[in-house]
Write a protein that binds this ligand. Structure first.
Ligand SMILES: C[S@@+](CC[C@H](N)C(=O)[O-])C[C@H]1O[C@@H](n2cnc3c(N)ncnc32)[C@H](O)[C@@H]1O
Length: 205
């Protein structure tokens, strides 16, 4: 996301945040424990909701987003470090983190499969993955609309795809879902998952 996208992001999101996203983020992120990494942290909107973690590393490839997130690392409950990095090539050794986090980000990443494999690699065995994402719904008409809108939408909304099957992507990357909570008639899902043992992870197609 460029300078203008970064400048407008919080303003565009504000009604959604007030209308329910803040409460969803708060409930989800208090589940983040130990050493935590957040991918695509954007303007740092999640930072105030980390209350139980030991340490958080938040990353985003867009320097303009990172710059906006930095002031939000002050006055938070746990230490938060922000770096410029890409989720498809995470600069950490295997099994570094207890919890991996992504909110409203798997829709935007160019190669979500690779990003999820990277998240799984850097997460402890039986570590926790926490997501809040919008997904392609099963309703035939709405699903079709999501497919139809995506080619235009992704150009207007910083690469956001409306029609990704996040649960399939997570399963393919070797995560076992432990809790799935639908919001807004299933358009959004809160997902808690665990890394499955390597032998259980199906190979990527
Ligand atoms: C829709 S914003 C979400 C920001 C924040 N996570 C939230 O919940 O509001 C998507 C973010 O993903 C970031 N992003 C795009 N491609 C990425 C990649 N390959 N790896 C990590 N983050 C990426 C963008 O720069 C942007 O900050």
């Amino acid at each position: 996301m460029g300078r203008w996208g970064a400048a407008l992001y919080d303003m565009v999101m504000a009604p959604l945040e007030r209308g329910g996203f803040q409460a969803i983020r708060k409930k989800l992120l208090r589940r983040a424990r130990g050493k935590v990494v957040e991918i695509g942290a954007g303007t740092g909107v999640n930072f105030p909701y980390y209350t139980e973690a030991e340490h958080v590393i938040a990353l985003d490839p867009a320097p303009a987003m990172v710059a906006r997130s930095l002031p939000r690392t002050a006055h938070v409950a746990v230490p938060i470090e922000v770096i410029v990095a890409n989720a498809e090539a995470l600069p950490f050794p295997d099994h570094t983190f207890d919890t991996v986090v992504g909110t409203l980000v798997l829709c935007t990443i160019s190669d979500p499969r690779q990003a999820l494999c990277e998240m799984r690699r850097i997460c402890q065995p039986a570590g926790t993955a926490l997501f809040f994402e919008h997904v392609r719904v099963h309703h035939p008409l709405i699903g079709w609309l999501q497919d139809w809108l995506t080619p235009l939408w992704k150009h207007m909304a910083g690469g956001c795809h409306l029609n990704r099957d996040m649960l399939a992507l997570l399963t393919q990357a070797g995560f076992d879902m432990t809790c799935i909570v639908p919001y807004y008639k299933g358009l959004f899902l809160v997902i808690e998952a665990q890394t499955s043992s390597p032998s259980m992870a199906p190979p990527l197609a």
